[in-house]
Design a binder for this molecule. Structure first.
Ligand SMILES: [Cu+2]
Length: 401
C-alpha cells in the first residue's frame, strides 16, 4: 500500500475549450479537468488543496468512503479562504471511478472547471486494451461567447444547460481507437444539470460498472442514461478500421422538454492492433442488502427537499442499522439524488450495483437501501442538479455510533 501525495492548486485559468476559443475558467493546477488521481485499493491519498482563487473553496471526494471530516463540505470544515490551504488525507477502500470537485459556490466553480477524475483499481479487474476517463460536461455561453451570468431565479429552478458540449474539457473532440481493441471507458457526468443518454452511434457496448465500481456481470446495451454526478464504466469495441461514429446523447425528457440528439465527440477507428482484452462473465459478487418487500425506514420527499432550504436536518442514523429510504418525487422534473460518503443499492433494480447518485424520475419513487458503516459524523444528501442544490435542495443528517 502506498501513499499518493498530490497538490491541487485551485486557480483561475484561461480555459481554451476549442482552438482559439477560451473562457475564464477555474482549474485544479490550471487544467480542466484537473489531474487524474490514480490509486490502488488500500492506498492513502494525501491531497493538499491550495486556494489561489479570489473566493473560498473546498474539495468533495465524490463517491469515496472517507471519514466525515474529509468530506469537503462546509458542515465538516470551514471553506478554505483565498491564499490558504487544507490537507485532505484518507485511504481508499473501494475500486471504481470517482471524481473530486469543489463544494462551495458550485454552480459557478464547477461550471468554470473545478473538477477532476480519480480512479481506484482493485485486484482481479477485467483486462481491457486501454483504460480512459471521459468527463462529459457542458458550458453555457452568451451570444458573444462569454460565460453566461450565473444562477438567476429561472436558472436555479430549471438548471443550467449550455450549448457547448465537452469531453475532458474540450468541445466535441475527435477520439481515436484502434480497430480490434476493446477499451474500458470510465464516463463521468460532470455537468451542472445536463442529463446524458449516452449512445455510440447505436453500436452495442457492455456496461461493466457503476458509481461504486464493477457490477455483477457485464450488461449489453446500446444506450445508458448518466445523470449529473453519476459514473458508468463501459467496455467499448472492437470496431473495424475506418469506422467513424459519434459519442452522443439521445433525447431525454427530464421534465423540461426533450432536447435534440447532441454530439459530444467523434470517434475514429484507426489501424488494427492486437487485443489481449478479457472480460470475464462474472465481474464481482454483490450481495443484496435486503429483499424487495421490506418497509422503508424513512421517506425523503423531493418536493419538501426542494422547498426546505439549506438549514434542513433529517433524523440521525445509527452505525450498523440498515437504512431503507423511499425517495419520492412529486415534482414535475427529475432529480438526481446524491448521498455523501456511503453507497446504496437501488431495490428492484437489476443488475445490482453500488450507487451514490440515483435519478429519481418525475412523479416516481425509488427505494434505496444502505448500511452506515463505522464513520460517524455529519453527512448530507442533495440533488446533484447544482442549481437545485444551490437553491437549498439538500439536508444534513448525522451518523451516530
Ligand atoms: Cu433537482
Amino acid at each position: 500500500m502506498q501513499t499518493r501525495a498530490v497538490e491541487l492548486e485551485a486557480r483561475e485559468t484561461d480555459w481554451e475549450y476549442a482552438p482559439g476559443r477560451a473562457v475564464p475558467g477555474m482549474g485544479f493546477n490550471g487544467s480542466v479537468p484537473g489531474p487524474l488521481i490514480e490509486a490502488a485499493v488500500g492506498d492513502t491519498i494525501r491531497a493538499r488543496l491550495l486556494n489561489s482563487l479570489t473566493q473560498p473553496t473546498t474539495i468533495h471526494w465524490h463517491g469515496l468512503r472517507v471519514p466525515a471530516s474529509m468530506d469537503g463540505t462546509e458542515s465538516v470544515q470551514t471553506a478554505v479562504e483565498p491564499g490558504a490551504s487544507f490537507d485532505y488525507e484518507f485511504s481508499v477502500p473501494d475500486a471504481g471511478t470517482f471524481w473530486y470537485h469543489t463544494h462551495v459556490n458550485e454552480t459557478e466553480q464547477l461550471e468554470r472547471g473545478l473538477y477532476g477524475p480519480l480512479v481506484v483499481r482493485g485486484p482481479g479487474e477485467p483486462t481491457l486494451d486501454a483504460d480512459r476517463v471521459l468527463m462529459l460536461d457542458d458550458l453555457k455561453l452568451d451570444a458573444d461567447g462569454r460565460l453566461s451570468p450565473f444562477a438567476d431565479d429561472h436558472e436555479l429552478h430549471e438548471g443550467r444547460e449550455g450549448d457547448i458540449r465537452l469531453v475532458n474539457g474540450l468541445q466535441e473532440p475527435e477520439l481515436q481507437i484502434a480497430a480490434g481493441q476493446l477499451e474500458r471507458w470510465r464516463v463521468v457526468n460532470a455537468a451542472n444539470t445536463r442529463f446524458m443518454r449516452v449512445s455510440l452511434g447505436g453500436r452495442p457496448f457492455s456496461i461493466l460498472g457503476s458509481d461504486g465500481g464493477l457490477i455483477g456481470a457485464p450488461v449489453e446495451a446500446t444506450e445508458v442514461l448518466i445523470t449529473p454526478g453519476e459514473r458508468v464504466e463501459l467496455a467499448v469495441g472492437p470496431f473495424k478500421e475506418g469506422e467513424v461514429f459519434e459519442l452522443e446523447s439521445l433525447p431525454y425528457d427530464r421534465g423540461r422538454g426533450e432536447p435534440s440528439r447532441e454530439r459530444f465527440a467523434t470517434i475514429r477507428v484507426g489501424p488494427a492492433e492486437a487485443s489481449s482484452a478479457h472480460v470475464p462473465e462474472v465481474l464481482r459478487e454483490i450481495a443484496p442488502l435486503t429483499g424487495n418487500g421490506i418497509e422503508p425506514t424513512r421517506t425523503v420527499s423531493m418536493k419538501a427537499l426542494m422547498h426546505g432550504g439549506h438549514g434542513q436536518r433529517d433524523d440521525d442514523v445509527r452505525v450498523g442499522e440498515l437504512q431503507v429510504w423511499e425517495l419520492v418525487n412529486e415534482t414535475s422534473q427529475d432529480h438526481p439524488f446524491h448521498l455523501h460518503g456511503f453507497f446504496f443499492q437501488v431495490l428492484s433494480e437489476s443488475p445490482l450495483a453500488w450507487k451514490d447518485t440515483v435519478n429519481v424520475p418525475q412523479k416516481a419513487q425509488v427505494r434505496i437501501a444502505w448500511l452506515p458503516d463505522d464513520r460517524p459524523g455529519d453527512w448530507m444528501y442533495h440533488c446533484h442538479i447544482l442549481e437545485h442544490h444551490a437553491m437549498g435542495m439538500m439536508a444534513h443528517f448525522r451518523v451516530v455510533a
